[in-house]
Design a protein around this ligand. Structure first.
Ligand SMILES: Nc1ncnc2c1ncn2[C@@H]1O[C@H](COP(=O)(O)OP(=O)(O)OP(=O)(O)O)[C@@H](O)[C@H]1O
Ligand SMILES: [Mg+2]
Length: 331
């Protein structure tokens, strides 16, 4: 992160657990990162590693009653959200932090028109009358480049394409001019061309509003396009983070290395990502040492015994792996 950018969001040692009948699922288990104004941090990792739960805990929207934040801080412009009341959180959501979910289908209500849903979202933010709200809604659609917004206002979600719906969701998310946007795989449901347009749109909104973005994705192509920095998550923790370019050029955690190796090259017509051998450990039954050790080809006894601390690698680049421990002479 550029040191000149003021930090907007800082997450410190966040732990969010789900109390299920199988046991305690440590979905977020000591996650820390900071996000600067106008910056995009990519959060990547295999399915089930805790990316969505990280986003939901920041907004205090964990599944009820199973989910609970058990430790840590979420500092939004210095204010800790973890200790806020539900009423206070309602004034934070949508206004200061917003989230776009993976599937626009689940974010829009099929029985109301797009206009109604936008107006309802805007009503939470403004004290205007109906006419003015309706005007604002049209404006919001125009800003996310929906053509003929006055007609679209009367459409129902099922009458719109996936890309169009995701634009509407985006319009709702940024209507309150939040400082932080958490985008949870916002383009997964879209085809490639529409995906690209949507990503460009998010970048434009960000350039205009200096939004700080936490961008959750599986896709390293999207990371390269969108993110200034990347955090790689494995089994509830961030195992490596750094500037995008440094991480691509010099991945140091064996898990990052394996993820990178599984990225198909542009020229190859690979339909599916070759996956990393083995499975991540279940989050309700984690090994004592490094969580990646059972799948790691470099793992030794210490790895299986002790979880490695985070070691510095380069400017803003660090990894939690015993292999990157600086030798005593270089410390
Ligand atoms: N409602 C729930 N109740 C219990 N456990 C849950 C619930 N939702 C998610 N989990 C568990 O929490 C863990 C983290 O899930 P999360 O959705 O954050 O993963 P993710 O990294 O976003 O995965 P994906 O890439 O598939 O979206 C998983 O082990 C998941 O099984
Ligand atoms: Mg998810």
């Amino acid at each position: 992160m550029n040191a000149a950018e003021p930090i907007v969001l800082e997450v410190k040692d966040l732990r969010a657990y789900l109390y299920t009948r199988w046991g305690v699922v440590r979905a977020v288990d000591g996650v820390s990162f900071a996000l600067g104004e106008g910056e995009t941090l990519g959060l990547v990792g295999e399915s089930g590693c805790g990316k969505t739960m990280t986003g939901l805990s920041i907004l205090r929207l964990l599944p009820e009653p199973a989910g609970r934040i058990v430790q840590g801080q979420v500092l939004l412009e210095g204010e800790n959200l973890v200790t806020k009341s539900e009423a206070e959180m309602r004034r934070v959501r949508g206004r200061r932090i917003s989230m776009i979910l993976q599937d626009p289908q689940t974010s829009l209500n099929p029985v109301f028109t797009v206009g109604d849903q936008l107006v309802e979202a805007l009503r939470m933010l403004h004290t205007d009358g109906e006419r003015a709200l309706s005007h604002r809604a049209e404006e919001a659609l125009r800003r996310v480049k929906v053509a003929a917004p006055e007609q679209r206002m009367r459409a129902y979600p099922h009458q719109m394409s996936g890309g169009m719906k995701q634009r509407v969701v985006g319009a709702i998310a940024v209507a309150g001019e939040p400082r932080v946007l958490i985008a949870d795989e916002p383009t997964t449901a879209l085809d490639v061309t529409i995906q690209l347009q949507y990503l460009t749109l998010l970048k434009e909104i960000q350039a205009r509003t200096r939004l700080a973005m936490l961008f959750i994705t599986h896709d390293f192509g999207i990371v390269a396009r969108m993110c200034d920095r990347v955090a790689v998550m494995y089994a509830g923790r961030i195992v490596e983070s750094g500037p995008t370019r440094a991480l691509f050029r010099n991945p140091r955690h064996p898990y990052t290395e394996a993820l990178m190796a599984s990225v198909p090259r542009m020229e190859a017509s690979v339909e599916r990502l070759p996956s990393i051998e083995g499975q991540p450990p279940p989050l309700h039954d984690l090994p004592v040492g490094c969580r990646f050790a059972p799948r790691c080809r470099y793992a030794d006894d210490r790895c299986r015994r002790e979880y490695p601390p985070t070691f510095p690698i380069g400017p803003a680049h660090e990894a939690a792996c015993w292999r990157v421990e600086p030798s005593p002479s270089s410390r």
